[in-house]
Each structure stands twice: as C-alpha cells, then as structure tokens.
Design a protein around this ligand. Sequence first.
Ligand SMILES: Cc1cc2nc3c(=O)[nH]c(=O)nc-3n(C[C@H](O)[C@H](O)[C@H](O)COP(=O)(O)OP(=O)(O)OC[C@H]3O[C@@H](n4cnc5c(N)ncnc54)[C@H](O)[C@@H]3O)c2cc1C
Length: 247
Amino acid sequence: MRLTRFDALVDISRVGAWQYTTTSEDRVTIGAGVRHCEVERDGQIELSVPLLFRAVPQIGHFQIRSRGTVCGSIAHADPAAECPAVAVALDAQLDISGPEGDRSLPASEFFLGMWTTALDPSEVLTAVHLPRWPGRTGFAVEEVARRHGDFAIAGACVGVQLAGGRVSKAAIALFGVDSVPVRASAAEAALTGTQAGDADTVEIAQMAVAGLEPPGDLHASSQLRLRIGATTVARALTRAIEEAANA
Ligand SMILES: Cc1cc2nc3c(=O)[nH]c(=O)nc-3n(C[C@H](O)[C@H](O)[C@H](O)COP(=O)(O)OP(=O)(O)OC[C@H]3O[C@@H](n4cnc5c(N)ncnc54)[C@H](O)[C@@H]3O)c2cc1C
C-alpha cells in the first residue's frame, strides 16, 4: 500500500521449517509458510477447522490466495481481514520467535490496532494453533464486499456447539467494524444455554454490535458498517445453528 519504505525486504517464503500443517486431537497448527491456497485445498483443515476453511476462499482472488499466507494475514492485522477474526473467534494461540527467544500469545492479546500487533519489529509469527471443537458443531462466515474479491466492508465468523438441543458454546467475531477483530462476548453469553431452535438471531446480532462505533470511509458510513455487521452476524448464526442441529 506504499505506506512504508524499506531498506531491506526479507522473503520468508522459502523457509522449509515453516511449511507445515499438523493436526492433533485438539488443535490444528499452521506454520508461517502455509499459503491461503493450500488451506482451501486441505481436506483435513476442512474437517478439523471448518471456520478457517470457509473463511479463506473469501480472501481476495485466487491470485492473492496463491501468494498470501495465513500467518502473514494475521501478522498484517488488517481490521477487515478474515484470518485475524477466525483466530480471535477460535481463541487461537500464536507462536512468535525473535532474537530474545520464543513466546506464545493468545489471539485476544495479539491485535492492538489497525495493522498493529503485539509483535516486536524483530519478531516473526511462526505458527498459529487453532483449537478443534468436538461434538455437534456448526460454523459460518458471512461478509459483504462492494465487489467480489474486495476486502469486506464488514463480516462475521460464528461457531456454535450444541448439547442436548441447547447451545453449549458459541463464538462470534466481527471484522471491519473496529480497528481490531471484535469478539462479541455478551452476545455469546446470551446465546449460550438457549434451545437452538428458539435463538433470536436478529436480537443476538444487535447485541453483538452494541457499543461499536466503526469508522466511516469512502466505502461505507459508520452506520452502514454497523448494519452490515449485525446482518452478517444474524446470517452466520442462522447457518451455524442449522448446521449444528443437523450434525
Ligand atoms: C488486491 C488484494 C486483495 C486482498 N483482499 C484480501 C481480503 O479480502 N481479505 C484478506 O484477509 N486479505 C486480503 N488481501 C491480503 C492478502 O490476502 C494477504 O493475506 C496478506 O497481505 C498477507 O500476505 P503475505 O502472507 O504474503 O504477507 P505480506 O503481504 O508479505 O506481509 C504483510 C505484512 O505482515 C508482515 N508479515 C508477513 N508474514 C509475517 C510473519 N510470519 N511474521 C511476522 N510478520 C509477518 C510483513 O512484514 C508485512 O508487514 C488482499 C491483498 C491484495 C493485494
């Protein structure tokens, strides 16, 4: 975007040690070298982390996805990007390496502002760990963009887990409505415990955007972003609940 200039550009795309995806019983780990196009063709990720699998095809065009990486997208921290919102929704853990050693941070502590993260300039995000949800689950990603392939104006990532017909766990994260991905904790709490068929998705979506004040720009006013945020939460909730009920 020509916002910064560099004396040197370090290409990490050929670091072999970061070209991997692993799946264990409770999580999927994606190394820094893994590109979006590899994720969208990975049947194991489709089964184990459906939220990421459904988010990635909504990133730009296939030319973009054939170069960009999941970790790069998280490190870049664009407020309208899909991968950071997935990481926040799923409580991902992020592995970081730098000259001072290795450390790990939850996604909830990683995003500090627009294009700003807890990474020191000397550090690299080496991997993201995405928890797998067991049981009857449903996941959906909904967004609205002006044109196919554009960054979303706003959107939502939703995960729902059912036990005995009731919502036992819910995750709702919005993107494009603030300088960082937003976790809608109050809305999640309101949804948890309700009978899946009785959930008022429109009311919960309104709770999810309550108190947000998105910036307006030439693509959308603040009000329009809020409205799109709420609409995409309601749509994603409806689809996720339906999928979990049929699981
Ligand atoms: C036309 C266009 C449309 C796009 N549309 C979308 C969209 O709809 N949704 C979306 O989410 N993205 C979109 N993108 C962004 C793109 O898809 C990539 O996800 C994003 O730029 C990251 O790409 P990259 O992995 O090549 O990292 P780069 O672009 O090379 O790097 C981005 C930034 O992150 C830093 N960085 C990268 N990897 C790491 C790492 N492992 N550790 C630490 N820092 C790192 C770099 O230093 C740089 O500051 C679009 C891009 C273009 C050009």
